[in-house]
Write a protein that binds this ligand. Structure first.
Ligand code: PMP
Ligand code: GLU
Length: 403
């Protein structure tokens, strides 16, 4: 028997979304006929102006240690972008810490805020890494089921029901991974008011903010008055809307004392995010050509969303799904497809991979295995072909029910 590992990792499991993506890539590389609608990663290349800024940074010798909290140009660029999206609100770049992806920003914020005996509320279904990160802080994740009649979102009342004296945090995600639901400003306000009253920190993961199908970016906590934001961390990043997943750039905006602690934590772990990547991201947040490119990508995601929703409505009218208003995920329910012997998300995804060669993520990864997540960040042609296969399986399961 190997030595037991530290209690720090007693709950640790590898990310299912990352594992499914690796498996789909492996099968594709082996020549298998596989469509990967599992991982949440844009199919587009990084916009040219951002990529060029990255290669130029390497050529100019920006290859030494970066400033630990991020280069000033990037922090100013992110602050300006956040400010533009929230009606010109003043954002202080010194309150931003740049990290190796927003995943690290979320980790930094949680590790700095939460510890043993703290409870952290997580609306469910929830992105796979949230409960894991809370566990790594030795705090307790508390899943708060979303309302099925309401796009699986939670209300202040739901949060209150799951709250105790030791509740110290809330991890909120809008636009939401895995459902594509988007909280309205009124909903965010009511949650922020509840959090202020109960002295709960909100870590608001707004990484998908620009991928919103209403007008302009999705509502943000930054659209609320200052007095509601005393205990708030905003998470933002380059990965999704800017098609820069591999550059690993994210950021957290937080009150000064927290920023200082997150910076100190990072000074002992990564010494800051990859230096040339920071120059690429600085261009991404400031260059107008990239901005136009982001708008084109969001328009493509919207077109695919419309196509997907249209096909499900027409060809699988009995299958329930969350109306997707943002991000690039479609969350549909599989336990009703075959009433007598209901399929789980895990079972559906296994059959789909085996019989049809399509990778999706079972709801189990997001704490609710009645559902399945599809990422439509793939080309239109792939989406159409994969959808034919998915619907074929649904119809087979439906006729097994009728038989
Ligand atoms: N938050 C959410 C909701 C996500 O879906 C992702 C995707 N990996 C992340 C954070 C982390 O993204 P990254 O580390 O690439 O910035
Ligand atoms: N966030 C993406 C997803 O949910 C990327 C993989 C990950 O980091 O979890 O698929």
């Amino acid at each position: 028997m190997p030595d037991p590992l530290s209690p720090n990792v007693q709950h640790l499991k590898a990310s299912e979304t990352v594992a499914i993506s690796n498996e789909a890539k492996r099968r594709k590389a082996a020549g298998e006929d596989v469509y990967d609608l599992g991982v949440g990663e844009p199919d587009f290349d990084t916009p040219a102006a951002a990529a060029q800024a990255g290669t130029q940074a390497i050529q100019k010798g920006m290859t030494r240690y970066p400033p630990n909290v991020g280069i000033a140009e990037l922090r100013r660029g992110i602050a300006a972008q956040l400010s533009r999206m929230s009606g010109g609100r003043a954002i202080d770049p010194d309150q931003l810490v740049v990290s190796s992806g927003s995943k690290q920003s979320i980790f930094n914020a949680c590790f700095t805020l939460f510890g043993p005996n703290d409870r952290v509320l997580i609306p469910a279904p929830a992105w796979v890494s949230y409960p894991q990160i809370v566990h790594l802080c030795r705090a307790e994740p508390v899943l708060v089921p979303g309302d099925i009649e309401w796009g699986l979102k939670v209300s202040a009342k739901d949060l209150d029901r799951h709250s105790t004296k030791t509740t110290r945090g809330l991890l909120l995600c809008s636009p939401c991974n895995p459902t594509g639901a988007v909280y309205t400003l009124a909903e965010l306000r009511s949650i922020a008011e509840w959090a202020r009253k109960n002295q709960v920190w909100i870590i608001s993961d707004e990484i998908y903010r620009r991928i919103n199908y209403g007008s302009g970016p999705a509502p943000s906590l930054l659209d609320l008055p200052e007095e509601l934001l005393e205990r708030t961390v905003i998470i933002y990043g380059a990965s999704k809307a800017y098609a820069m997943t591999g550059w690993r750039i994210g950021a957290a905006l937080a009150p000064p004392h927290l920023t200082k602690s997150m910076a100190a934590l990072q000074s002992h772990t990564t010494t800051g995010a990859n230096h040339p990547a920071q120059w690429a991201a600085a261009a991404a947040f400031t260059d107008e050509r990239v901005d136009a490119e982001v708008n084109r990508m969001v328009a493509a995601f919207r077109r695919r969303r419309d196509y997907l929703v249209g096909r499900f409505r027409a060809d699988a009218p009995g299958v329930e799904f969350v109306e997707p208003h943002g991000a690039f995920y479609f969350f549909f329910r599989v336990d009703g497809i075959r009433e007598k012997d209901p399929v789980t998300g895990t079972n559906f995804c296994e059959q789909l991979m085996k019989q049809e060669g399509v990778a999706l993520v079972p709801g189990a990864a997001f704490a609710d295995d009645r559902w399945v997540r599809l990422s439509y960040a793939v080309s239109d042609a792939e989406l159409e072909a994969a959808l034919d296969r998915i619907l074929r399986l649904i119809h087979r399961l439906e006729s097994a029910r009728a038989a």
